[in-house]
Design a protein around this ligand. Structure first.
Ligand code: ADP
Ligand code: MG
Length: 397
C-alpha cells in the first residue's frame, strides 16, 4: 500500500521544473525593469573600481520592490569587476533583522576574514579594528550592504554606521569600506549624524512600486526559470499581477505564483489557472503577511493594534482618527510605551496607508466637518490583533 503511494507520488508530474528558483533567497540573473537602477548603482561605484575610493549609497523602497535582490546582484558584478582589475574586494551582505546588534554585525564581518574566530571575547571597537587592520594589511576593500538598516538604527542608534564610515579616516588611511544601506523608510538619512547623512542623501536610489504590467514581465521571466513550459496560463499571470500590484510587491506576486503551483500539483492538473490563484490568495492575507507586520515600527504596531481592537469592539467598518488616537493611547499605556505626538501619529498613518495595511476615507458629515475615517481592508481584525499581540509580546528580543 505505502510502497504504491510512494512510487505513485515519485512518478507524478509537476508543473514545476525547479521550485527553488522561486525561493526568497534565490537571486535571479536578471532584474526585469531594474536596469536603470542597476546602472545608477554602477555609476556611483565607478570611483571605487577606478580610483579605489569609497562610496556610500542608500537604496530605498517598500517591501518587495527588489532592494535586496538589486544589492546582491550588484555585489556579484562588483566583485567580478574588481577581480578583473586586480583589486581585492569582498562584497558582504548583512541582514540587520538577523544581525540585530553592532556586535553581531561586526562579528559577521570578522568571521568573514577570520573564519575560525571564536564568537565571544572582544568588544565592538576591537572587532572593527581587526577588520580595518586586515584590510590595510592585505590591501583589501570591502563593499558592505546593511540590509534593513532603518530597523537596525531604530534599535541601536547610528553609532555603528558612523564608526564604519570613519574607521579608516581616523587612522589617516584611505577608506577601504563602502556601504550600501537598504531602508524601507525614505527618511533613513535623518536618523544619522549630519555628516553621514549628507553623503547618503547625495546617493539615493529609490525603487518605485512595481506596476501590474511590470509584475507580469517579472512573473513571466521567473516562470521560465521555475516552471515547465506551458504550465502557467497567461490569465493566471495577469490575475497575480493585478492582485500584487496593489502593493507593488514582487515578493507577494512570487509567493502567490508558488502557492498556485503547489495547489495545481495537489490537484494533479498540468496547468496553473486563475482558479488556483484565487485559492492561493485565500490562503495568504497579504495584510497579515508576517514580514510586513514585522517591519512596522513599534508605534505603528501599537496603532494598528488599537485600530483592529476598536473595529472589533465597535463592529463597525470605520473609525475616526480622533477615536483611533484615543484607542492608541490606551494601548500604549497597556504596553508601557510613551505615545507619540500628533504629527508622528499622522506620519505613521500615512505610511501604513501606503503599505496597504489601512484604508482611509475623507467624510464630510454635517456636524463633524471634514474628518478622516480609517478602516482595515478585507482582513479579519481578530486575526490581525492576535498576530500583532504576538509581535508586541516579543518586542525588544
Ligand atoms: P525587497 O528587498 O525590496 O523587499 P526583494 O529584493 O526581496 O525585495 O524582492 C522580492 C522578491 O522578488 C525576490 O524573490 C526577488 O528575487 C524578486 N524580484 C524583485 N524584483 C525583481 C525583478 N525586477 N525581476 C525579477 N525578480 C524580482
Ligand atoms: Mg529585502
Amino acid at each position: 500500500m505505502f510502497e504504491e503511494i510512494f512510487e505513485e507520488e515519485l512518478s507524478r508530474g509537476s508543473v514545476f521544473r525547479d521550485a527553488s528558483k522561486l525561493s526568497p533567497d534565490y537571486v535571479p540573473r536578471l532584474l526585469v525593469h531594474r536596469e536603470k537602477e542597476f546602472r545608477q548603482l554602477t555609476r556611483m561605484f565607478k570611483p571605487v573600481i577606478e580610483n579605489r575610493a569609497s562610496q556610500k549609497v542608500l537604496i530605498t523602497g517598500s517591501v518587495g520592490v527588489g532592494k535586496t535582490a538589486l544589492a546582491r546582484r550588484f555585489g556579484e558584478e562588483l566583485v567580478q569587476a574588481a577581480k578583473q582589475r586586480d583589486i581585492k574586494l569582498d562584497y558582504i551582505h548583512v541582514n540587520c533583522r538577523k544581525q540585530k546588534t553592532p556586535y553581531a554585525v561586526l562579528m559577521e564581518l570578522v568571521q568573514h576574514y577570520y573564519p575560525r574566530w571564536p564568537s565571544r571575547g572582544l568588544g565592538p571597537e576591537k572587532l572593527l579594528h581587526m577588520i580595518t587592520e586586515w584590510l590595510n594589511k592585505h590591501d583589501g576593500y570591502l563593499a558592505l550592504t546593511l540590509d534593513e538598516a532603518d530597523f537596525f538604527v531604530q534599535l541601536n542608534g547610528p553609532d555603528l554606521i558612523y564608526s564604519l564610515t570613519r574607521a579608516m579616516e581616523e587612522l589617516g588611511e584611505p577608506n577601504r569600506i563602502s556601504i550600501i544601506a537598504i531602508s524601507r523608510d525614505p527618511n533613513f538619512p535623518r536618523m544619522l549624524d549630519a555628516a553621514t547623512q549628507s553623503t547618503f542623501m547625495h546617493n539615493v536610489i529609490a525603487l518605485d512600486k512595481y506596476t501590474a504590467p511590470q509584475l507580469v514581465d517579472i512573473l513571466n521571466y521567473r516562470i521560465r526559470e521555475a516552471f515547465r513550459p506551458g504550465t502557467v496560463e497567461q490569465e493566471a499571470v495577469l490575475l497575480i499581477a493585478d492582485i500584487a500590484a496593489r502593493w507593488g510587491d514582487a515578493r507577494f506576486a512570487l509567493e502567490l505564483l508558488w502557492r498556485s503551483g503547489i495547489i495545481a500539483d495537489e490537484e494533479q492538473t498540468d496547468v496553473v489557472t486563475p482558479e488556483h490563484v484565487r485559492r492561493a490568495k485565500a490562503e495568504v492575507y497579504p495584510e497579515v503577511r508576517k514580514e510586513v507586520l514585522h517591519e512596522l515600527h513599534l508605534h505603528e504596531k501599537l496603532m494598528l493594534m488599537a485600530l483592529a481592537r476598536r473595529l472589533r469592539i465597535t463592529k463597525q467598518a470605520y473609525t475616526s482618527t480622533g477615536e483611533l488616537e484615543r484607542a492608541y493611547r490606551v494601548v500604549c499605556e497597556e504596553y508601557g510605551e510613551k505615545p507619540r505626538g500628533h504629527t508622528q501619529f499622522w506620519e505613521h498613518l500615512r505610511r501604513m496607508e501606503g503599505l496597504g495595511l489601512i484604508d482611509t476615507q475623507i467624510s464630510r458629515g454635517p456636524k463633524e466637518g471634514r474628518t478622516k475615517k480609517i478602516s482595515i481592508p478585507d482582513v479579519p481584525v481578530a486575526m490581525l490583533e492576535k498576530e500583532l499581540e504576538k509581535l508586541l509580546e516579543a518586542r525588544g528580543t
